[in-house]
Design a protein around this ligand. Structure first.
Ligand code: NAD
Ligand code: TYD
Length: 351
């Protein structure tokens, strides 16, 4: 019987949606949000549920072995849903070691703490590792990633996530820990930190700032609404068999330049600008090193075995997302003041 769940990275973009969903839909579960509150972690993402009796926040670093072991001893969780990570490819190119520490060492610390605490009762416990489609590498024009696609990561971010996935499987194969992994495509939605393409483009278009497009803008990403990802995690957490892997995606591929053009035209309308006005902000910049050309997820297994499908279209999701950013200017101003300015000029000046 699952009673207490540690959700790591619950103050981040996807984690906050997962925490909100579990706290709200499962009042009998105790949810512990374990987060270091890096630049990407923000407790303002969880304001609406922070006073719920089944929710608790613990500030801590998954790389700190002693702290993690003590926390598991004290809290005696029945399950872990692990989202904490360094998640931005551009930052991984600048500082790969930080990605190794959090994404690889942090994951192994959690696996070890779970293995020790749950000895003799693995079948009744669950370690759920949230991962990315980027571990599979890059695609040609027509193929898709399935759960059987060989790992072929290219960025320090995807290499660190691939490594963490391998460790999770090793703990299942070697010790019999009850593990589940999901690999999801690019997410978008509310509370998305504006270093990633969609929130960055919305922010810059709104502010009349250049919208940086890497290379020729021909790279393809497969976008999924974050609340559909959180619902997929809920379904997989409760229904998947031990040791399994599921791909999550929305069959929703977009070339970066087409997506940015679409955002420009949505914002032209919402901001009462002349048609084509926002598109003048599009600025082609030097490409990202090792830039994967195309990601596309085949989520047939998840649909056929567990009945999950996306709940809304991209048009609906994007409309909701743009509206959310336009109505949450204070949130955006708070996260783009201070360190964000240094990050932005380091990343984009002279690019
Ligand atoms: P995010 O960067 O928005 O949030 C990461 C969270 O982890 C932050 O709250 C941060 O404070 C916390 N964190 C970072 N290092 C930590 C540490 N050492 N100890 C404790 N907490 C720490 O990331 P996200 O976009 O919400 O992604 C969450 C997970 O989902 C990641 O594992 C990522 O690889 C995976 N994922 C993301 C996407 C996407 O499109 N964003 C797609 C598929 C999978
Ligand atoms: P991103 O949101 O960083 O996600 P990921 O690299 O994990 O897929 O980038 C999505 C795509 O958009 C990717 O092909 C890189 C591109 N991109 C830009 O063209 N300009 C930008 O300013 C950013 C942040 C990304």
């Amino acid at each position: 019987m699952i009673k207490k769940i540690i959700i790591t990275g619950g103050a981040g973009f996807i984690g906050s949606h997962v925490v909100r969903r579990f706290v709200t839909n499962y009042p009998d579960y105790q949810i512990i949000n374990l987060d270091k509150l890096t630049y990407a972690g923000n407790l303002a993402n969880l304001k609406d549920i922070e006073d719920k009796p089944n929710y608790k926040f613990v500030k801590g670093d998954i790389v700190d072995l002693e702290f993690i072991n003590k926390l598991f001893e004290q809290e005696q969780p029945d399950a872990v849903i692990h989202l904490a990570a360094e998640s931005h490819v551009d930052r991984s190119i600048t500082n790969p070691l930080e990605f190794v520490m959090t994404n690889v060492v942090g994951t192994v610390n959690l696996l070890n703490a779970a293995k020790n605490l749950w000895k003799g009762q693995y079948d009744q416990k669950r370690f759920y590792h949230v991962s990315t489609d980027e571990v599979y590498g890059t695609l040609g024009d027509t193929d898709m990633f399935t759960e059987k696609t060989a790992y072929d990561p290219h960025s320090p971010y995807s290499a660190s996530k691939a490594s963490s996935d391998h460790f999770v499987r090793a703990y299942y194969d070697t010790y019999g820990l009850n593990t589940v992994i999901s690999n999801c495509s690019n997410n978008y939605g509310s509370f998305h930190f504006p270093e990633k393409l969609i929130p960055l483009a919305i922010h810059n278009i709104t502010q009349q700032k250049p919208v940086p497009v890497y290379g020729k803008g021909e790279n393809v990403r497969d976008w999924l609404w974050v609340e559909d990802h959180a619902r997929a995690i809920d379904v997989i957490f409760h229904k998947a068999a031990n040791g399994t892997t599921y791909n999550i995606g929305g069959h929703n591929e977009w070339k970066n330049i087409d997506l940015i053009q679409l955002l420009c035209s949505i914002l032209d309308k919402k901001l009462n600008r002349a048609e084509g006005e926002s598109a003048k902000l599009i600025t082609y910049v030097t490409d990202r090193a090792g830039h994967d050309l195309r990601y596309a997820i085949d989520a047939t297994k998840l649909k056929d075995e567990l009945g999950w499908e996306p709940s809304i279209t991209f048009e609906e999701g994007l409309e909701k997302t743009v509206d959310w950013y336009l109505h949450n200017e204070e949130w955006l101003n708070n996260v783009t003041s201070g360190n964000y300015q240094d990050y932005y000029s380091e990343q984009y000046t002279n690019r």
